[in-house]
Design a protein around this ligand. Structure first.
Ligand code: NAI
Length: 258
């Protein structure tokens, strides 16, 4: 049965491929991104997050069947925490009432294999406490001591832990809404292509994210998994961080990391 999905980050990469896949299967997709698409909203800001929810309400009459939060950036600065954690939480929390009015509602966010790398504990804890300015200050402190790269892993660790915590709460599991993350390895998108095109950076990426099954993948290799997790067929999987990473998580965390 055709469903109505909202996908953030729909203008590019994984979000774009997901929206295309769902439309090709007969579903209605409301695409949100910084510019263009059905909803233009900057998820780094409280105003943009409120605009997303208001526009989604108007376009759908207050009912959504699934939300897929793909919008994200990988800058080595605190903006990454604002978009990847707080923007994603605001998307999922803000649209939850619309899901509650939908059919077989499902929610999903794109995490990352990077969440298993070292993080900045102060950034992650502040993010999980819901204190955006403290999280941003902690991420800035990491930048100031030369560890700006921790902004990305910290943002993805925080959103992964938020999924684990929230999925089993009354608002999600109690309301019958599965909530999961898909954590990709290296996917060829505008986010990563410049790194992959540079032989030195490509070697760094391959060492950080070893993918024994196969190397960097295309965005449409994720879309069936995302579609299934957000479909009515998924009646049991919730609170999971599903690694779609060519084996990177198994290499990095080993046989006890599950
Ligand atoms: P992308 O750069 O192709 O697409 C990201 C989209 O998010 C863009 O269209 C961009 O405009 C949008 N966006 C960025 N900041 C925004 C904001 N403030 N408000 C609204 N929209 C905003 O990147 P890609 O690779 O498709 O990334 C999608 C998600 O997948 C991100 O969360 C990323 O962290 C995650 N991811 C990507 C991996 C990869 O190898 N490409 C690996 C693991 C995770």
């Amino acid at each position: 049965m055709p469903r109505t999905y909202l996908v953030t980050g729909a203008a590019s990469g994984i979000g774009n491929a997901t929206a295309d896949h769902l439309r090709a299967h007969g579903h209605t997709v409301i695409g949100a991104d910084l510019k263009g698409g059905d909803i233009s909203a900057d998820l780094a800001t409280p105003d943009g997050r409120a605009e997303l929810v208001a526009a989604a309400r108007e376009l759908t009459g207050g009912r959504l069947d699934a939300v897929i939060a793909c919008a994200g950036i990988a800058r080595f600065d605190p903006l990454t925490v604002r978009v990847n954690h707080f923007g994603a939480v605001a998307t999922l929390e803000g649209l939850r009432p619309l899901l509650a009015a939908g059919q077989s509602p499902r929610a999903l966010v794109i995490g990352s294999i990077d969440a298993v790398h070292p993080t900045d504990a102060a950034t992650v804890e502040a993010a999980l406490a819901g204190d955006e300015e403290a999280a941003v200050a902690a991420a800035q402190a990491a930048v100031d001591r030369g560890e700006g790269h921790l902004a990305y892993s910290s943002s993805k660790a925080a959103i992964s832990r938020w999924v684990r915590r929230s999925a089993v709460a009354a608002e999600w599991a109690g309301a019958g809404i599965p909530l999961n993350a898909v954590a990709p390895g290296v996917i060829r998108t505008p986010l990563t292509q410049p790194l992959l095109d540079d032989p030195e950076m490509r070697a760094v990426v391959e060492e950080a994210v070893p993918m024994p099954l196969r190397g960097p993948a295309a965005p449409d290799e994720l879309t069936s998994l995302i579609a299934w997790l957000t479909s009515p067929e998924n009646t049991l999987v919730t609170g999971q961080i599903v690694y779609a990473d060519g084996g990177a998580d198994a290499v990095l965390r080993g046989e006890t990391g599950w």
